[in-house]
Design a binder for this molecule. Structure first.
Ligand code: SAM
Length: 388
């Protein structure tokens, strides 16, 4: 097993617990979607930063379909890799299929795939889940394509969160919404992503220089009494992973916290507003029991931060793209719906648009091949314009 595939947390070795943990995260998102975004029903959904490289990456997608979404796209800068025969992944998805009745395929053959990544399986080619490798700050999707964007634990990692919000605004339909969970850098528990550390040296990531921080991490990883008392207990590192970090605590940074952008909640909200979003909801999620770590001394040391931002574990936000009068007068159900954006006549399509058209042509060709072969392709009434 390579260093990076040694399970980080105890629960990841127990697939039932792992599925439950991943499902809890989805449920948090889904509750917010129901409360602030009108649910999943009939919607074209984008999960931004799916986490393809993670064992559970992508679980949100079949669950959103099960909750009524009409189509789900998932993107990440990591490679989809959902065509995986990695034993941990196969085991996880077998457990997920059993526990949650989600639709994943290939498991009997000892691999996992989400259909549309495999054009040889025509059944799957027309599936309602699409996984694509692309950056959220420069998406290939056409304007006004999605009803809903969801994202968990991604906004603290993206290099240019403002650019991502601009792109999110562009690809959402007028009236569309985004429900975002992220872990702001200022937070006690998750801010530095330095598992276990907050309980032994609170806000080390804000108070210590990297060299001292890494030294302290080494002390924690060398002492089972310390690393096994991380939050919550199932999030304690496994002894195997701790042994690796005890030897090289700097590796922990390279693997876990290297890409944190240090964005504050006020910055996130200001970026969102400047893109044109209405903030339909902004929630700080704290744990009362963690207040005791914010002693008077630490409060003085971190005087530039509010108590709320120091204690927030994750921030949730529901962002809404206003209708802005872009309504379809032919709407038949009395509800105003958005008109898709068009390239003005005579204007040369952008590179992104040409790539999209190229992708569409490839898709159409795939369809023709499927029908030439008399494949088992499912009939579909989806319009080609829904394709990225
Ligand atoms: C901590 S993981 C979260 C994954 C998943 N959403 C979850 O809840 O487990 C953060 C993910 O954001 C992805 N990411 C970082 N920057 C990105 C970008 N610019 N565009 C798309 N994905 C990005 C990373 O590759 C990583 O998979």
């Amino acid at each position: 097993m390579s260093k990076s595939t040694v399970p980080l947390f105890g629960y990841q070795s127990d697939m039932g617990r792992y599925v439950q943990q991943a499902c809890d995260v989805y449920n948090h998102l889904a509750n917010g979607v129901d409360e602030y975004c009108g649910g999943f029903d009939g919607k074209v959904v984008l999960d931004l930063g799916v986490g393809f490289q993670l064992i559970h990456g992508g679980l949100t997608l079949p669950l959103a379909i099960r909750a009524g979404a009409s189509r789900c796209f998932g993107i990440d800068i990591a490679s989809p890799g959902m065509h995986s025969s990695e034993p941990n992944k196969v085991e996880f998805w077998k457990a997920a299929k059993e526990m949650l009745s989600v639709d994943v395929q290939g498991l009997d053959e000892g691999r996992v795939y989400f259909a549309s990544t495999d054009i040889l399986h025509f059944d799957d080619f027309f599936s309602r889940i699409e996984l694509l490798q692309m950056s959220a700050s420069n998406m290939w999707f056409r304007d006004d394509m999605f009803d809903l964007v969801i994202s968990n634990a991604v906004f603290e990692h993206v290099q240019n969160p403002h650019a991502v919000l601009k792109e999110m605004y562009r690809i959402l339909k007028p009236g569309g919404t985004a429900y975002i969970h992220w872990n702001p850098f200022t937070g006690f528990r998750m801010g530095g992503h330095d598992i276990g550390m907050p309980f032994h040296y609170p806000w080390a990531h804000l108070r210590l220089k990297e060299k001292e921080h890494v030294k302290k991490l080494g002390e924690i990883f060398r002492n089972p009494d310390l690393f096994s008392t991380a939050f919550p207990p199932e999030h304690s590192p496994t002894a195997e992973r701790a042994a690796i970090y005890a030897e090289d605590p700097g590796l922990f940074y390279k693997q876990i916290g290297y890409d944190l952008n240090r964005m504050r909640i006020s910055e996130f909200l200001a970026y969102a507003t400047s893109c044109g979003f209405e903030i339909a909801h902004s929630g700080f999620h704290c744990d009362e029991s963690e207040k005791k770590y914010l002693t008077d001394d630490i409060r003085r040391e971190l005087a530039g931060y509010s108590d709320e931002e120091l204690l927030t574990i994750f921030h949730s936000a529901a962002l809404r793209k206003p209708m802005q009068g872009r309504v379809n007068v032919n709407s038949v159900d009395g509800m105003k719906s958005a008109e898709p954006a068009k390239t003005p006549p005579g204007q040369v399509p952008s590179l992104a648009r040409r790539l999209v058209n190229r992708g569409r042509a490839i898709f159409q060709r795939g369809r023709r091949i499927a029908s030439d072969l008399g494949s088992r392709a499912r009939p579909t009434n989806r319009s080609a314009t829904e394709r990225p």
